[in-house]
Design a protein around this ligand. Structure first.
Ligand code: 6CS
Ligand code: FE
Length: 306
């Protein structure tokens, strides 16, 4: 007779263990980066597809025009000043003051942002890269206000989505649409090229209701400084700067973060996370209940129709 597996092992195996009893280490990525076959017609050039495979992100400029951006900027301001919205759980304030840091589930709170998140060009590109129908797993506005906007510490989204939400494999991506100028100086997204090819196992036990702190300031599910230094020493850091209307597309496992913003110029972006329909969440891989629906779609999983 062989050894008897524990009930947890029998229930499922975890190919990307992190936190809990795990020790800091690098694991190889087990999943593809671009899922469509080479014969599938691509909505972007082959050079860009190769860049995405190699670096884990690409930046497309001038995707949205002046008129579209003006209407999105107007909506950004209206939402910030809307008293009914302000008290909702979806609204995350900056640590230490009450300026708005993020508004989650923006595609359901605003018809203008829903239209953007279901934009044909964005969705078809997500479908191509993920090789499946897609649904919006998470959406959010990040205001990064001038003077007060705080940083987002280094992390891989997949680590959190896997551990805390139960996302099975790396088959999701983010699209960040710039709504203001993203300068070198106002806290643009920073990415580590090639970091998506490894999974950085993090240490520490996920605290109860972790999202209440992590969305303001993340302290669990962040890599050790040793592994971060190694990744950056090897490949450097790219800042995703651009005019309003650019789109930054990055793989769910690309290591990224951003500095605070002490300039007078807000760095406001809207993010849509597209997940392959086949990669919908299961039970979280930490011993905690799932995070709320406004952070991770669990009940409302519907493929985006274009
Ligand atoms: O916990 C999350 O799901 C979110 N946190 C960060 C810092 N990035 C991705 C995601 O919005
Ligand atoms: Fe992130």
């Amino acid at each position: 007779m062989g050894t008897i597996a524990t009930s947890e092992q029998q229930a499922r195996s975890d190919h990307y263990p992190s936190r809990g009893t795990s020790k800091a280490q690098l694991l190889k990525r087990l999943d593809p980066i671009v899922y469509s076959s080479v014969t599938t017609p691509s909505p972007i050039s082959q050079t860009l597809v190769e860049g995405y495979k190699e670096n884990g992100f690409i930046i497309l400029e001038d995707v949205f025009g002046k008129k579209e951006i003006e209407s999105l900027q107007r909506e950004l301001g209206l939402l910030r000043n809307n008293e009914k919205i302000r008290t909702r759980a979806e609204v995350i304030t900056e640590p230490g003051d009450d300026s708005i840091r993020s508004i989650f589930r923006i595609h359901q709170l605003s018809s203008i942002f829903r239209k953007l998140g279901t934009n044909r060009r964005l969705v078809q590109l997500a479908q191509y890269l993920l090789g499946d129908r897609v649904y919006i797993y998470q959406s959010r506005l990040n205001y990064k206000p001038g003077f007060y906007g705080k940083e987002f510490y280094w992390h891989s989204d997949f680590e959190t989505w896997h551990v805390e939400d139960g996302m099975p494999i790396m088959r999701a991506l983010s699209m960040s649409i710039t709504l203001t100028d993203n300068y070198e100086t106002n806290g643009p997204l920073m990415l580590i090229p090639g970091s998506h090819k490894h999974y950085v196992v993090c240490e520490g036990e996920t605290p109860k209701n972790h999202f209440k702190d992590s969305l303001k300031k993340q302290e669990y599910g962040v890599p050790s400084i040793d592994y971060l230094s190694r990744l950056v020493d090897k490949s450097g850091i790219v800042t995703a700067t651009g005019k309003p209307g650019s789109v930054i597309i990055f793989d769910c496992n690309t290591m990224h973060g951003s500095n605070s913003n002490i300039t007078p110029y807000p760095r406001s972006n809207v993010f849509f996370v597209y997940n392959a329909l086949s990669n919908h969440v299961v039970e979280p891989f930490c011993n905690q209940p799932p995070r709320p629906e406004y952070i991770c779609a669990r009940e409302a999983i519907e493929p985006v129709q274009v």
